[in-house]
Design a protein around this ligand. Sequence first.
Ligand SMILES: Nc1ncnc2c1ncn2[C@@H]1O[C@H](COP(=O)(O)OP(=O)(O)OP(=O)(O)O)[C@@H](O)[C@H]1O
Ligand SMILES: [Mg+2]
Length: 206
Amino acid sequence: MRAVLVANPKGGAGKTTLATNLSGYFANQGKSVTLCDLDRQQSALRWMAFRDPALPPVTGYYAGNQIVLNLPKESDWVVVDAPAGLQGYKLSDYLRAVDRVLVPLVPSVFDMAATEDFLNSIRGEIRSNRMKVGIVAMRVDPRTKAAGMLEEFLRHFDIPIVSYLRNTQNYVNVAAAGATVFDPPRARHRRDLEQWDALVKWVECA
Ligand SMILES: Nc1ncnc2c1ncn2[C@@H]1O[C@H](COP(=O)(O)OP(=O)(O)OP(=O)(O)O)[C@@H](O)[C@H]1O
Ligand SMILES: [Mg+2]
């Protein structure tokens, strides 16, 4: 079993969007995948309730009430969707339980300011843990000034941007159907799938 934590203390950064789509990727690869929802709002599990049983399956698991994160060992992959505001000892505990941490980050001054302490605290844990941390620049075109601002901000942390995901209603539409950009009809999401390429490679590399 390998585990990916999707976290950012800022609400609405794109955690559930990343976690559901990454789960959809693994499911479409024929892997067994558990989507572990830590959020009391249970957005990821709500998403799953809409999922067509004919689509590659994602198993749901609510772990929001656990003091110590206990991940199901029987899956090939576990994707953990964190709630907004995750920090402190709980965050440290979760970081020890996973192989990869993905931090979705929208390049706005508000989002970057709200993420700064979080990145500082996980930077401190990177050296003492086996996990690797990567940023996913959310809702941004890499050629814009906003992207430049984000790169400048991240220079202080030595954490790579693993991909840029554009702002598109595709994510809103697939979410409403309990689906992901990896589920059919994939041709509709061709541009998004190209952007996910580097992200899934980074997650999967040993
Ligand atoms: N790349 C994108 N393009 C367009 N809309 C997006 C994109 N990513 C996320 N969204 C939308 O932004 C909103 C917030 O995303 P999401 O729920 O994934 O954030 P979150 O970090 O899980 O929020 P919370 O902190 O409340 O759990 C949702 O309506 C989602 O559909
Ligand atoms: Mg969420």
